[in-house]
Design a protein around this ligand. Structure first.
Ligand code: ADQ
Length: 463
């Protein structure tokens, strides 16, 4: 069997997984894949240093070898905070209003991709499958090819691919997509993002695209584009749910919310997750049903994220303000309607919290998939499941239409969904839960890695 070389912006060693703190869905998924295949996970250490000697730090932990490099202060500022998180992230989440276009950060993005290629190439053996991840590394395939790599190289985008009309606002958009067409397989979370990409290739590049098979022919090369919806690590999550930690967390929440229905939201503090809009929806519910304020408590767990980027500082302020306003107006000596917790928890604790909450609110304005929606369901008691309120703009909505789907921009819609969830009879809750849980259990992260790596392995080697 071929080894697997995973390349992503950040590398997270497996033992960090259970630790308290926000860890993106990507980390857990990739650790599972690497344990199965053996091989290497290459990326940025998360550390800053001015060392340009190309020193690579190799470590082995729980069956996974990690290879990391440090980045300079300038690279972190311009490649990571700049082009990746102030240009591509907002643009790909349809937020033109937050998208910054700076020529310098674009140049740094290319430079760091080149440095990644330079450092990882000597670690790659001729038969390895190479799997590149996410928007930080869109041009890496082309950089690896320019160094003579003939391996099968795949790419997976964890976030949405924007509609062509938005994407063309990116200076040098053609150049970026042309570099992507050096991969052999390109994966997207949903059919919708896949279609947007194929549309761009047809309309803007004039590539020969077969919509049915996802095959793109361009300048003598053929690339396969396909949707591979990511899932959770079901077994791991269930095991966490059986832990003492989960039981204590569940009990703690039940006791502290006695006689009130608990609703929960767990999100990185990111503007794409629709947090202020969600608080507006909850505020609207309290306005429309003031008699029910005493029945309800909303718990928002939102650890800070990308704090060096200005738009992330703003979202934090906005959220604190809105939460403060509602609590100020609606609290009583023995009652606070919204609990806002600005930190991360382990998956065991999250399992316990999810299980204790009768309503899960997952309302991003735009999201590639959203694993929290799946984790919430995975933590429910099948005999008395809670209700998932899910944004129709999350990739997960395409897989789970039985959730209570909402338009997260509309406070009335969110308020109405809360009312529906609170009053939903047990039979209907069970029916919806059972319709969704099969997808969550069966289309899990192991299945996802298998589907992607199988397709990549089937590509014939270039000789
Ligand atoms: P994210 O934007 O990070 O991931 P998501 O899919 O929801 O979003 O994954 C978040 C993960 O972090 C979940 O496993 C969750 O449990 C964990 N997490 C969130 N808040 C936490 C907290 N307070 N404490 C501890 N853990 C917390 C990106 C894309 C998504 C896509 C994933 C995977 O933006 O659309 O689903 O990658 O491909």
């Amino acid at each position: 069997m071929s080894r697997l070389v995973v390349i992503s912006n950040r590398v997270a060693v497996p033992k960090a997984r259970g630790a308290a703190g926000a860890q993106g869905g990507l980390a857990g998924a990739l650790n599972s894949a690497l344990k199965k295949f053996g091989g290497i996970w290459f990326g940025w250490s998360g550390q800053e240093s001015e060392d340009r000697t190309g020193n690579i730090n190799l470590q082995r932990s729980e069956g996974v070898t990690t290879a990391t490099i440090d980045l300079s202060a300038r690279d972190i500022d311009e490649y990571y905070n700049g082009y990746a998180n102030s240009t591509l992230w907002p643009l790909f989440h349809y937020r033109l209003d937050l998208t910054e276009y700076e020529r310098e950060t674009g140049i740094s993005y290319e430079r760091v991709n080149e440095r990644f290629a330079e450092c990882v190439t000597p670690l790659i053996e001729s038969d390895d499958l190479v799997w590149v991840h996410d928007y930080h590394l869109l041009p890496l395939g082309e950089r690896l090819r320019s160094r003579g790599l003939k391996n099968r190289i795949g790419f997976f985008l964890h976030i949405p691919w924007p509609p062509t009309r938005l994407f063309v606002s990116l200076p040098f958009h053609e150049r970026l997509v042309k570099t992507m067409l050096h991969y052999d397989v390109i994966g997207f979370q949903t059919q919708e993002w896949l279609e947007s990409f194929l549309h761009y290739c047809t309309k803007e590049l004039g590539a020969d695209v077969d919509e049915a098979t996802g095959l793109i022919s361009y300048e003598g090369r053929t690339v396969r584009a396909k949707a591979y919806p990511i899932g959770i690590d079901w077994d791991h999550f269930q095991a966490q749910g059986d832990s003492e930690e989960a039981k204590v967390a569940e009990q703690r929440l039940i006791e502290s919310t006695r006689n009130r229905t608990a609703m929960i939201g767990v999100d990185r503090l990111d503007y794409s997750k629709g947090l202020p809009e969600r608080i507006d929806g909850i505020g609207r519910f309290f306005d429309q049903h003031s008699e029910r304020v005493r029945d309800l408590v909303y718990i928002q767990i939102a650890p800070p994220s990308r704090e060096d980027v200005q738009s992330y500082q703003q979202i934090r302020e906005t959220l604190e303000q809105k939460t403060g306003q509602i609590n100020g107006a609606r609290s009583e000596v023995d009652l606070v309607p919204i609990r806002y917790v600005n930190r991360g928890y382990s998956h065991g604790e999250l399992f316990g919290f999810f299980r204790a909450c009768k309503i899960g609110l997952v309302t991003p304005l735009r999201d590639g998939m959203n694993l929290v929606a799946k984790e919430y369901l995975a933590a429910q008691d099948p005999e008395d499941p809670g209700v998932l309120i899910l944004s129709r703009f999350a990739g997960a909505a395409a897989q789970m239409p039985e959730a209570v789907l909402v338009n997260p921009h509309s406070p009335d819609d969110v308020s109405h969904a809360i009312k529906l969830a609170l009053d939903m009879p047990l039979e209907e809750r069970k029916r919806r839960y059972h319709a969704m849980i099969q997808t969550v259990r069966d289309d899990n992260v192991q299945d996802w890695t298998e589907a992607f790596t199988r397709d990549l392995a089937e590509v014939s080697c270039k000789t």
